[in-house]
Design a protein around this ligand. Structure first.
Ligand code: DGP
Length: 113
């Protein structure tokens, strides 16, 4: 199922894109929850972590590696940051296209609500 994120990948709707390669795209979240709030998404239409297979192992690693590179670029390596992947209704997922949230720039609370 295509979502608004596929439209961002296709440049059919605008986004503040910060990184792109053959496998993924990263852009600022439209509703930021921290001074830095970037979404890293695969170009492949995968709804959520629960829908991944062994074939996606390298892609999943690539998303996390990209997130840590972007965290470094954003100056967050020393202060710290959080990576979040919401999965399904109880996980708070609202867009069914797999995405890693990169949050940083303030002290984040734990546990989440
Ligand atoms: P989640 O709740 O984990 O599914 O997060 C979805 C995030 O996507 C949420 O933080 C808001 C963001 N979002 C939704 N629609 C758009 C959009 O059109 N553009 C951008 N940049 N972000 C969006």
């Amino acid at each position: 199922m295509s979502t608004i994120f596929s439209k961002i990948i296709a440049r059919e709707i605008p986004a503040r894109i910060v990184y792109e390669d053959d496998l993924c795209l990263a852009f600022h979240d439209v509703n930021p929850q921290a001074p830095t709030h970037i979404l890293i998404i695969p170009k492949k239409e995968i709804p959520r972590v629960a829908a991944t297979t062994a074939e996606d192992k390298a892609l999943l690693g690539h998303l996390i590696h990209t997130a840590q590179t972007l965290a470094k670029n954003q100056g967050l390596h020393d202060s710290g940051f959080r990576l979040v992947i919401n999965n399904g209704p109880d996980g708070g997922e609202s867009v069914p296209h797999l995405h890693v949230h990169l949050l940083g720039g303030r002290a984040l609370q734990w546990p989440p609500g």
